[in-house]
Design a protein. Structure first.
Lengths: 226, 226
DNA sequence: TCAACTTTGTGCATGGCTTCACAAACGTCT
DNA sequence: AGACGTTTGTGAAGCCATGCACAAAGTTGA
């Protein structure tokens, strides 16, 4: 059988979503020179239950030592491998307005596994400008295989109206992983992954809970007067 | 009993997370002059199953008409009320680097329910600068009740190291809804809601699936050779 | 008024995720 | 070497969310 459970078994989505958090915390521990952690300690640092952490990690394989815990460096490496961060993922950003600029300058990219290789925008005022040492190009060049390095992940930071058209072009260029910051639902063929990050959705969810708290604490006016 | 099921019953988190999407789509339909939609149509536009949409909406109350569908304007209003968007939520942004600037300029704020009332940063080079007609102030002024309007929601757009300290100040100032863009786990007292938006987490999840696709499509080397 | 058609709201079954609880496994100390 | 304390890995149970299928309720047309 395969030596690597991460490739053999199916890792639940809920687990995959937590792995980056584990990895971040482990990296910090490694920097601090901590050699090993128990599931209890790591779980507390991340804000989950220790049982959940152990079950999550069990999907990757068996990297803990009973009675001791997990070796920080080893576990960080295994999570990196499971997430695919041992290879380099070339990223392109489309839409270089305020958000696109902020994303390109964001330090989170360079740190591990991701590398920005291209910036696109059709606004003539932006084309040619250099951000983090990369020139902004018109989107049409995306299709030119000779002009553009291979791209694994496309980031959409355009206004909502343009998002679907940009998405279609990215998919047409063979990109099958898309991170969408535009407040729009994208339709893509099967096999293409889209993840959406939306500021106003998050704010609205916060508003819902804030309202609930306000109603519960203070004036539950209409609710109590049967 | 109460007339408003949204206040009476508990709405599942999974449903709350989808309501903003429904609302966005309904708003677009309303702009286009569409008077009513069936659950089938709306669900297709949002990308969910119609049964799920109906079950979600049933948690808010019974606003559909059998044989016809939902009145677009009415349903949009009811979702707005459930989410608490009929009131105004004053927002403060802390950390006015690239990301903070982009967020402040982001049009998603002004549209509905949210209003930026304060910008904070301790960098002397930034203090005093005006963004969207609001002056950036040092964080210390947050505690000065006379200098700052009431704030419902705090947005953290600082580097990770500063996030917990900023969070503590926000909580100290009575803010119980926080949107965190910094890659850090925040610990807060009970009753405070924190939602995190993290670029690198999203990229890493995409990388995981991209790796899976790459392995499945091409070289499934180690996996097949039992 | 009544029959035919459409669409909602929901009970029920299904599936996945989380939590519990404990046996197995490891290190340590005598 | 053997007993003891600690921590992992995992079966089992419980919980929440999703999807199915249909009765109830409404509209339309004759």
């Amino acid at each position: 059988m395969s030596a690597d459970p991460a490739l053999r078994r199916e890792i639940p989505d809920a687990t995959v979503a937590r792995l980056p958090e584990y990895l971040r915390t482990l990296s910090r521990l490694a920097e601090d020179g901590v050699p090993s952690v128990s599931s209890e300690e790591l779980a507390a640092a991340v804000g989950v239950r220790s049982a959940q952490l152990r079950k999550d990690l069990s999907h990757l394989g068996s990297y803990g030592v009973r009675g001791v815990g997990y070796d920080v460096e080893t576990l960080a490496l295994e999570i990196s491998r499971a997430l695919g961060l041992t290879e380099d993922w070339p990223v392109a950003i489309v839409g270089m307005g305020n958000l696109g600029h902020a994303l390109a300058s964001y330090s989170g990219f360079v740190t591990k596994g991701f590398r920005i290789v291209a910036l696109f925008d059709d606004d003539p005022a932006l084309v040619g400008e250099r951000v983090v040492d990369i020139a902004i190009r018109p989107l049409a060049e995306l299709d030119d295989k000779h002009a553009v390095d291979p791209i694994s992940i496309g980031v959409i930071a355009t206004p909502a109206q343009a998002a679907q058209a940009v998405c279609d072009r990215l998919v047409g260029a063979g990109i099958s992983s898309i991170l969408n910051f535009a407040p729009a639902v994208l339709s893509v063929p099967a096999g293409v992954d889209v993840r959406r990050v939306d500021l106003s959705t998050e704010l609205q969810i916060l508003a819902f809970h804030a309202q609930r708290k306000a109603l519960a604490a203070g004036h539950l006016g209409t609710a109590v007067v049967s």
